[in-house]
Design a protein. Structure first.
Length: 154
């Protein structure tokens, strides 16, 4: 039996593209996923390539289907995944602990005021540059998540 490039049903996180590519090339699907993420972050091409492969690769099945059915099913699957992703983001963004939201909101306001003062030419704020201080944002977000977790939030 010859190998066919198909989307995997058993090793699927979104559409099974990476699982199918991993099966076809005999590599771990997580390596393929990492490569797609790397391409998406560095060039933006990873997202386009994934969507195109999702649409054109058949799902592993016995009977072949029409292209229209595959496109319709893929579009419905993309819409359902987008809805569930949106629901997950909404649930994760909903603050269960007000102090974490206040901390994050206050930090964002302080950074905004500092950037405004720097842009207005206040001399003693000349050292305040985004290129220098951008790592503070993920640190504050991480602190907010840890604070929620320590306080018993999800």
């Amino acid at each position: 039996m010859t190998k066919r490039l198909v989307r995997s049903r058993s090793d699927a996180m979104l559409g099974g593209v990476c699982g199918g590519l991993g099966d076809y090339f005999d590599v771990d699907a997580n390596i393929v996923r990492f490569l797609f993420i790397l391409l998406a972050v560095l060039t933006g091409f990873g997202v386009l390539a994934y969507v195109v492969l999702w649409l054109i690769l058949p799902e592993r099945e016995e009977a072949p289907r029409k292209v229209e059915d595959r496109v319709r099913d893929a579009a419905e699957e993309i819409a359902e995944r987008a809805r569930s992703f949106g629901d997950e983001v909404r649930r994760a963004a909903r603050p269960t602990e007000r102090s974490a939201a206040v901390l994050l909101g206050g930090a964002l306001i302080l950074f905004g005021v500092a950037f405004l003062l720097r842009n207005l030419g206040v001399v003693w704020f000349g050292w305040f540059r985004f290129g220098l201080l951008w790592p503070v944002f993920p640190i504050l977000i991480g602190i907010a998540f840890l604070w929620r977790w320590l306080r018993g939030g999800r």
